[in-house]
Ligand binder design. Structure first.
Ligand code: C6P
Length: 411
């Protein structure tokens, strides 16, 4: 679908929070990598569920339960089609990316990781894709190996190929870095891991909201992402896993809905996907996630990624006009994230002044402390754009940064 600037203004009106005032100023929201804003259609869909459909799923023959179950399962179909999964039951609902990775670390790790096995991650992983593997490595006496990055914030692929060996049992890599914006060569990463017989998990938290992903083409074993970064509510996300592997993995949590039969002597488990969805799930969240996917479908990934590329290029150009600007993360392939430092001004101070101007950016280590250590910095100021942002908003941020500089007596 071809969208004009006029259309963007109209779409912005669908997001109530984009009309908010902060400290008396029109809000400029550049913290989309932390969480995106929600369109009215998602908010309305959640309200509709609570007002007209509220009931538990998979448990009742009554009308409301059937209605809620249908809506809940409809989202699964939408996700299946969005990522082109072969089977609907390869889509497992989680709380988000973090829970998806922990599920795999526990369940896959329990079955397939043994003493001396190796797990490969990278320097640019979010803590969610580091700590679960560290805990697993400790439990199993396995070894964690880390792919280094160059000064532009790109993976050193020759080092990756050297780290791979028949001992490698799992490679878990972020598709798009939340701190640097780097888009990793996941196809090459997956193919090389596959040759060694290793399983591959892709952390898709920062890609699924921006770019279309086809799991049958890429062929990861697992893909995880969060609803709240893709216009949907918090507390809901997805673990995609290949059927064959998921079937071999033990349950993560025990409880209602994940069982077939229970007796004190022996319990048997439900089929996929329910085996991994114990307890009453986040029904409203899942239904809201479906509305988020429908929103993305309406706008179209092509439009989203083209527009975000335009914003990234414009932002990078404008930021580079500022004296004392140091962009951290200058990879050839980048998503719409600009992380930077300004002279020797502490990111927290800059963030606080920008907030007074109504501008929301994130400051700090962005849950990537090892990466910050690699660049020998305490953290960055991060502006992350969504397709609904505008060049005028970027201009406001640039003016704001000049203001920050002058408050610190910088030329
Ligand atoms: N990054 C950011 O501001 P959860 O919290 O489970 O929805 O997502 C965790 C996560 C995992 N991987 C990547 C690449 C991520 O970016 C995130 C979340 C947010 O950058 C919050 S720290």
């Amino acid at each position: 679908m071809e969208l004009t600037q006029l259309d963007i203004n109209k779409i912005r009106q669908e997001f109530p929070t984009l009309g908010e005032k902060v400290h008396g100023k029109d809000i400029v929201y550049f913290d989309n990598a932390a969480t995106s804003q929600k369109p009215q259609s998602v908010i309305d869909r959640i309200n509709h569920y609570y007002e007209h459909e509220n009931s538990n799923v998979h448990r009742g023959v009554h009308f409301l339960s059937q209605t809620a179950t249908n809506a809940y399962e409809h989202t699964r179909k939408l996700i299946q089609s969005m990522i082109n999964a072969k089977h609907e039951h390869e889509v497992i609902y989680t709380k988000g990316t973090t829970e998806g990775i922990n599920l795999v670390a526990h369940s896959f790790g329990e079955k397939f990781i043994h003493e001396g096995d190796e797990i490969i991650i990278s320097y640019m992983e979010h803590h969610s894709n580091i700590v679960p593997w560290q805990l697993l490595a400790e439990r199993k006496k396995a070894i964690l190996k880390v792919i280094p990055v160059n000064d532009k914030g790109e993976l050193l692929m020759e080092e990756y190929h050297k780290l791979l060996s028949p001992k490698t049992k799992l490679v878990s890599i972020v598709h798009t870095s939340n701190s640097l914006g780097t888009i990793n060569p996941v196809k090459e990463i997956i193919e090389a891991a596959r040759k060694q017989g290793a399983a591959i998990l892709i952390d898709g938290a920062q890609v699924v909201p921006h770019q279309s992903i086809d799991v049958q083409e890429l062929e990861p074993d697992f893909l995880v992402f969060s609803g709240h970064k893709m216009f949907a509510p918090t507390g809901v996300g997805v673990l995609y896993g290949k059927e064959e592997l998921l079937n071999q993995m033990p349950p993560y949590m025990g409880g209602g809905d994940m069982i077939d039969t229970v007796s004190f002597e022996k319990t048997t488990f439900n089929d996929l996907p329910h085996k991994f969805e114990a307890g009453t799930p986040n029904i409203a969240g899942v239904i809201g996630l479906g509305a988020g996917v429908e929103f993305i479908n309406r706008i179209g990934y092509d439009y989203i990624s083209n527009r975000e590329k335009e914003l990234l290029d414009y932002g990078t150009e404008r930021f580079n006009e500022i004296k004392g600007m140091r962009i951290i993360g200058t990879a050839e392939k980048k998503a719409s994230v600009i992380s930077f430092l300004l002279d020797d001004i502490h990111p927290y101070d800059a963030g606080t002044i920008l907030d007074q101007l109504g501008i929301a950016v994130r400051t700090g280590h962005h849950c990537t402390q090892p990466l910050m250590k690699r660049f020998e910095i305490p953290g960055t100021i991060r502006a992350s754009f969504a397709f609904y942002n505008t060049k005028e908003e970027i201009d406001k941020l640039v003016d704001g940064l000049q203001r920050v500089k002058s408050m610190f007596g910088k030329k």
